[in-house]
Design a protein around this ligand. Structure first.
Ligand code: ZN
Length: 566
């Protein structure tokens, strides 16, 4: 019998939220898969950030081998960090390996798949796609037109900007939802389209492996975690607040979509439900680049040089968005779709960024992007414009950074802020280790997220949303999978080898993950032993194509809109 595998990624999903919903019977599809299959937590990468985590899912490797540590690359002499894309991966992915084994693959909305690379099947790219309406987000490219005709078009990302108002140009940063119901409907509309697209393309391609990621789960957990924790006074149930209701509705809706997909793909499909990391409360922001200035690892520019007119910028918004912000929602809703998408330039106050506030020739260390709890030493032999010499000076700067991190205290509790400090060689290994952040930290309880913005800030700000935690989740279901058991210690890097094994393919011997044998029937493992092979990754496949500055800026703008980059 031909085995087909369906992987559904629920970005950021955690048992903490899904278990209570399962218990009350709100997620029947997932409940069925859990009852008849194997399930447990799934350990993310360190730190648990979507970019590196999804690439570890795709490659079965730690970031030291695949080379994606963050959404952005190393700092350049102008202080910018370029957005990364799929061509920066230094490893074969499961899509590539499945095609190489003569099988077909289809992927929808998996992060870090843009630009789409030729595969034996189809790709619709996900998070980090520059502009969904213009760019080529599909392989084969004709799918864009096909989906437009058959399904009224495919959308890479829901339009969060219309409903989420993030103000972070001046302190304190704020995030406000302007219309909870509108947001829920927009998210469910785009998620439904992903389901319809999968079913449509399944008939055309009949992939052996289909992967679809719902990123909406991550967004609602970020935005409405406080409702889930019951922080909003007066609510009897967490899902009785407008925000809690959005979170619940989106999760229940996704469960229904998975049910429809399983129904369409038919029996005999082995199903894996997984997430790239978990979630928990985010109650504090730590402005880490400000701190680097405070401890002398970067120096400010003179005041006048800082006020060089870069605070006001023109940004491009859709006409519909501008009308909605001006209180003309009714007009916005009645615009023809094409006209609503017309771009309008509007002025906006902007944080001018690190490079126009500090002297770049004094920067000895800089922070990872928001939530990437890390620091990079600005090395002369690595960063363009780096100033720290390799060897003794590098070790001195890194040692100083570590010592000062140990002294940091949470201003609200006066307890130490940082609970763990990792040097890069302690958590990463491989050819790409030189690109890694030099120090990675965990904050006490995980509730303080580092945000690299600078300056005008106190070091800390109270915050009340959700942020990532290391434990995601995994459910496996289907022939060859054990029924009704809990598994322990599964890691996100174990999924690529497990998928290859279940498809009857051999596993590359340089993958860090291993086949999740504890979830599989002993009989199946005996009859089909795991096979390994060496896979060379050719120079041609390593050819990197950088984003243009405009594309990089557009991607960072989108990530910023999702609360990722500051
Ligand atoms: Zn994620």
């Amino acid at each position: 019998m031909k085995r087909r595998i369906l992987v559904i990624g629920l970005d950021g999903a955690t048992w903490r939220v899904l278990s209570p919903l399962l218990e009350e019977g709100a997620l029947p599809t997932l409940a069925h898969l859990v009852a008849e299959g194997s399930h447990g937590p799934l350990k993310s990468t360190v730190p648990p950030l979507s970019g590196p985590a999804w690439v570890s899912f795709l490659t079965g490797k730690n970031p030291g081998k695949h080379g994606i540590f963050d959404f952005c690359g190393l700092q350049r002499e102008n202080g910018e960090r370029p957005a990364l894309n799929a061509t920066h991966l230094r490893s074969a992915t499961v899509q590539h390996l499945v095609g190489r084994g003569g099988k077909r693959v289809g992927t929808i909305n998996v992060p870090f798949t843009y630009p789409p690379r030729p595969v034996n099947g189809y790709v619709l790219t996900g998070m980090l796609t520059p502009r969904d309406d213009e760019a080529s987000f599909a392989y084969p490219p004709h799918l864009i037109e096909e989906l437009r005709q058959e399904l009224g078009g495919y959308e890479v990302e829901a339009d969060y900007d219309r409903f989420v108002d993030i103000q972070d140009s001046l302190p304190p940063a704020t995030c406000r939802i302007t219309d909870e119901r509108g947001l829920a409907e927009e998210i469910m509309r785009v998620d439904t389209k992903r389901k319809e697209t999968l079913i449509h393309l399944d008939r055309e391609f009949e992939p052996d492996l289909t992967m679809l990621v719902f990123t909406s789960t991550d967004r609602v957990l970020h935005l409405f975690w406080a409702d889930f924790e019951g922080v909003q006074a007066g609510a009897e149930r967490w899902d009785a607040t407008p925000g809690g209701e959005v979170m619940r509705d989106v999760l229940v809706h996704v469960d229904g979509l998975i049910g429809e997909i399983l129904g369409a793909l038919g029996r005999g499909c082995t199903t894996i439900i997984m997430s790239d990391h978990g979630f928990g409360p985010w109650n504090r922001i730590f402005y880490s680049n400000q701190w680097l200035v405070d401890i002398g690892l970067a120096k400010r520019l003179p005041v006048l040089r800082r006020l060089d007119g870069r605070f006001l910028v023109l940004i491009r918004k859709s006409l519909r968005d501008v009308l909605a912000r001006l209180g003309m929602q009714v007009v916005a809703d009645h615009l023809p779709q094409a006209m609503g998408r017309v771009g309008v330039w509007i002025p906006r106050l902007r944080d001018p960024g690190w490079s126009s506030l500090v002297r770049m020739d004094t920067v000895k260390a800089y922070s990872g992007t928001t939530g990437h709890q890390s620091f990079y030493v600005n090395r002369r032999d690595r960063e363009r414009g780096g100033i720290v010499a390799p060897g003794a000076e590098y070790e001195r700067v890194r040692g100083y950074l570590v010592e000062r991190l140990k002294e940091l205290r949470d201003p609200m509790t006066d307890a130490p802020l940082i609970s763990r400090i990792y040097l890069k060689e302690e958590i990463y290994s491989g050819d790409a280790l030189s690109l890694a952040p030099d120090v990675v930290v965990e904050t006490e309880g995980g509730g303080c997220w580092m945000v690299p913005r600078y300056p005008f800030r106190p070091l800390f700000q109270d915050w009340n949303m959700g942020c990532h935690r290391p434990d995601g989740l995994v459910v496996l279901h289907g022939s060859g999978v054990k029924s009704g058991i809990e598994i322990e210690g599964a890691r996100i890097i174990d999924l690529a080898p497990t998928i290859l094994y279940l498809l009857g393919l051999s596993v590359p011997d340089d993958m860090d993950g291993s086949v999740l044998e504890q979830a599989l029937e002993e009989d199946h493992l005996r009859r089909y032993p795991v096979r390994f092979e060496r896979v060379e990754w050719s120079e041609e496949e390593q050819a990197v194509s950088e984003f243009t500055e405009e594309e990089s800026a557009a991607i960072k703008d989108r990530l910023r809109g999702l609360g990722y980059i500051n």
